[in-house]
Write a protein that binds this ligand. Structure first.
Ligand SMILES: NC(=O)c1ccc[n+]([C@@H]2O[C@H](COP(=O)([O-])OP(=O)(O)OC[C@H]3O[C@@H](n4cnc5c(N)ncnc54)[C@H](OP(=O)(O)O)[C@@H]3O)[C@@H](O)[C@H]2O)c1
Length: 566
C-alpha cells in the first residue's frame, strides 16, 4: 500500500528583512476542476484566457530586469511538472534571466485529501438530488420540503468548504511556499517576486505581511479605449463585434495602509549603542534601528514623545523601543520615563535588556532549572560569584524566585549588600550579599551549594583548580560560567560545556551554551515586540520566553506562532 506523507501547514514569520513583489496575473490559476457546479470545466477554446499575453510577458521581462529578484514563485494550480516547468512561459522567461522559479501552492497530497472531503459532500448532495428527481412525484409535500431543505443545506456546506479551501487554506499554503523559499535564501534582505491570481492578491498579501514581509503589488491593467474603428483582418468576426483600442498600463502600489516600516528606537545610556542588539533587531525584521547613545532620563522623554506622536495611532504600533545600557538602574529609570510618556492610543512595545543582562540571566536560569531537574539536584543553595554586575543581579532575582536561597558575592562586602538591597527594592526578592575576595572565601561560600554562577567581568578567573578539587566528589553541583574570555571564570569549564561533568560530581555550563539560548530569547522577544506593537518586555518576560524556548527545544518542537493544520 502506498503511504503518502502529508506535509503540514505551518507558518512561522521570517526573521529577516524581506520584500515580496506580488505580480498580479491576467487570470486566476485554478486549484482543481473536478466539480462541474462550482468549477466549470473550460472548453478547450476558452483556455486562451489562461495564457499570458505578449504584453504581460514583456512586462514580466522588464520587471525581472529592473528588480533582479532572488527568486520567483508562482501558484502551481493543477499543472503537472511538465506544464509548470516546461510549457509555462513564465518558466521560460525566468530560465532566460537565470532566476530560479518555484511553485507555491497546496501540497499535492493535501490537495487530494481536501478534494476527497469536497467530493464526499458533493456525493451526499447529489444523492439527495437524485432521490428528489426519481421519487419527487410520489412524495408528500412535507417530504418534498424536507428533502429540498436537506439538499440546500448540503449545497451550502459544500460551497462553504470549497470557499475555505480555495481561499483560507490555499492562501496559507501559497504563503508557506513563498516563506520556505525565502527562508532558504541565505541572505538578509531577500526579494521575492510572486506571480499571483487576482483573487489571491489580498489574502496572500495579508498573510505575508503577518510573516514580516513588505509587500508591493504590481499589475498590468488593460483599459479599453473608445472604439477606434479598427479594421480586423479576419472577416469571419461577428458583425456586431466592436473592436476597441487597448491601453495596457502597468500599475504599482504599496499594499494597504499598513506599509509603514517597522522602526526600533534604541535608547542606550552608554555613549556607544551595542552593535549586537542592532544586528539582532534587523535580523528579526525591523526595517530601521535608530540608535541613541548617552540617553539620560531628561533626554529620553523628548525622544520618546517625538517618536510616539509623529506617525499617528496606527503608525505608533510600528515604532518600538529598546532600552539598553551598562547600568541596570539607569536603564530601569529610562523604562519608567518611557512608560510615563505613553497613553492610549499612543502606546507601543518596549523591550528592556540592559547590556543583554536580562536575556542572559533568563537563558542562564532557565537552563539551570532544566539542568537541575535532569540531574536530580535537590539542594536549594545558590551562589552568584561576582554578582554585582547587571547579569549577576538579574540572575540572583530569578533564582530566588525559583525558591533558591541565593548568596551574591563581591570583592567588597558593602557592594554585595548594596546589590542585595537593590534587588529587594526593585523586584521584592530576598538575596544575601557576602564578601568573596580570595580562594579561601570562595571555597567557604561554595561548600554545600548546589548551583554556582560565575558572573564576573570577562577574562577573570573566580574559582581556581585547587578550590574545585576541594568541592568535587560530593553531592551533584552545577556550575555555570558566563565569561567566555580566557581565562574563563571557573578553571577547566569550557564555554561550550552544556551540563558536562568536567570534575567528578561537578557539571559545567559554559558561556556559549548559555549564549545560544540567550540569542534565541532576545530574537524572539524583539520579534514579538515588533509584531505585537504593545507590551513591556522585561526580565520576567525574558525568563518566560527562555523557558518556552527551552521546553520546545527539549520536546523537539519548532516554535511556530501560527499553525494551521488541514
Ligand atoms: N554568555 C552570554 O551570552 C553573555 C551575555 C552577556 C554577558 N556575559 C558575561 O557575563 C559576565 C557578567 O556580565 P556583567 O556585565 O554583569 O559583568 P560586569 O559588570 O562587567 O562584572 C561583574 C562583576 O565582576 C567583578 N569584577 C570585575 N573585575 C574583577 C576582577 N579583576 N577580579 C574579580 N572580580 C572582578 C565586579 O564585582 P565586584 O567589584 O563587586 O567584585 C563586577 O561587578 C561577563 O563575563 C560577560 O562577558 C555573557
Amino acid at each position: 500500500m502506498e503511504v503518502r506523507k502529508m506535509k503540514t501547514l505551518e507558518l512561522e514569520p521570517l526573521a529577516k528583512r524581506w520584500t515580496v513583489v506580488m505580480v498580479e496575473k491576467e487570470y486566476d490559476e485554478p486549484l482543481w476542476d473536478h466539480d462541474e457546479v462550482l468549477f466549470p470545466r473550460l472548453p478547450p477554446s476558452l483556455r486562451v484566457i489562461r495564457t499570458p499575453t505578449v504584453a504581460f510577458k514583456e512586462f514580466l521581462w522588464e520587471l525581472l530586469t529592473r528588480e533582479k529578484p532572488d527568486l520567483v514563485t508562482e501558484e502551481r494550480g493543477r499543472r503537472t511538472d511538465r506544464e509548470f516547468y516546461e510549457e509555462n512561459p513564465v518558466a521560460q522567461i525566468c530560465a532566460e534571466k537565470g532566476i530560479p522559479l518555484y511553485p507555491a501552492d497546496v501540497d499535492e497530497n493535501a490537495r487530494y485529501y481536501l478534494e476527497g472531503r469536497v467530493n464526499e459532500l458533493k456525493e451526499k448532495r447529489d444523492e439527495v438530488l437524485r432521490v428528489l428527481a426519481r421519487k419527487g412525484k410520489r412524495l408528500s409535500l412535507q417530504q418534498l420540503e424536507y428533502l429540498r431543505t436537506y439538499a440546500q443545506y448540503l449545497h451550502q456546506e459544500l460551497e462553504e468548504e470549497v470557499r475555505k479551501v480555495e481561499f483560507e487554506v490555499r492562501e496559507a499554503w501559497i504563503t508557506m511556499g513563498i516563506l520556505e523559499r525565502a527562508r532558504k535564501t541565505e541572505k538578509d534582505g531577500v526579494l521575492v517576486m510572486h506571480l499571483t491570481s487576482p483573487r489571491h492578491v489580498e489574502g496572500v498579501a495579508k498573510m505575508l505581511r503577518a510573516m514580516g514581509a513588505t509587500i508591493t503589488h504590481v499589475k498590468l491593467e488593460k483599459r479599453a479605449l473608445p472604439n477606434l474603428n479598427l479594421k480586423f483582418p479576419p472577416t469571419r468576426l461577428g458583425r456586431d463585434l466592436e473592436l476597441p483600442g487597448f491601453e495596457v498600463v502597468p500599475q504599482v502600489r504599496a499594499m494597504g495602509g499598513e506599509e509603514m516600516p517597522f522602526l526600533l528606537f534604541f535608547l542606550d545610556t552608554e555613549p556607544h549603542v551595542s552593535p549586537f542588539d542592532i544586528s539582532l533587531a534587523y535580523d528579526v525584521g525591523f526595517n530601521a534601528v535608530v540608535p541613541y547613545g548617552g540617553v539620560t532620563r531628561e533626554t529620553a522623554r523628548g525622544i520618546v514623545q517625538d517618536a510616539l506622536f509623529c506617525r499617528g495611532p496606527k503608525g505608533v504600533k510600528r515604532s518600538s523601543f529598546l532600552i539598553g545600557g551598562k547600568s541596570l538602574e539607569e536603564a530601569e529609570e529610562i523604562l519608567r520615563v518611557v512608560r510615563e510618556s505613553m497613553s492610549p492610543p499612543f502606546e507601543t512595545s518596549v523591550v528592556i535588556d540592559p547590556h543583554g543582562a536580562y536575556t542572559t540571566a533568563a537563558a542562564l536560569v532557565a537552563k539551570l532549572e532544566a539542568g537541575s531537574k535532569k540531574l536530580g539536584v535537590r539542594g536549594r543553595e545558590a551562589v552568584i560569584l561576582a554578582g554585582t554586575g547587571p547579569v549577576g543581579k538579574a540572575s540572583a532575582h530569578l533564582l530566588a524566585g525559583l525558591g533558591f536561597r541565593v548568596r551574591l558575592t563581591s570583592r567588597k562586602e558593602e557592594r554585595a549588600r548594596e546589590s542585595a538591597r537593590e534587588i529587594r527594592e526593585r523586584w521584592g526578592t530576598e538575596v544575601e550579599g557576602i564578601r568573596v575576595a580570595d580562594q579561601g572565601e570562595a571555597l567557604q561560600a561554595l561548600r554545600g551549594s548546589s548551583v554556582v554562577v560565575a558572573s564576573g567581568a570577562p577574562g577573570v578567573e573566580l574559582v581556581s583548580e585547587e578550590t574545585l578539587r576541594e568541592l568535587e566528589g560530593k553531592e551533584p553541583m552545577i556550575m555555570a560560567d558566563l565569561n567566555a574570555v580566557p581565562p574563563t571564570g571557573i578553571a577547566g569549564l569550557r564555554p561550550d560545556h552544556d551540563l558536562e561533568e568536567f570534575r567528578p560530581g561537578i557539571f559545567g555550563m559554559g558561556a556559549l551554551a548559555v549564549g545560544k539560548l540567550k540569542n534565541g530569547v532576545e530574537k524572539e522577544i524583539l520579534r514579538r515586540a515588533r509584531l505585537e506593537g504593545r507590551g513591556i518586555y522585561d526580565l520576567d518576560y525574558a525568563f518566560k520566553t527562555a523557558r518556552e524556548l527551552l521546553g520546545a527545544e527539549r520536546e523537539g518542537i519548532k516554535l511556530a506562532p501560527l499553525v494551521l493544520s488541514y
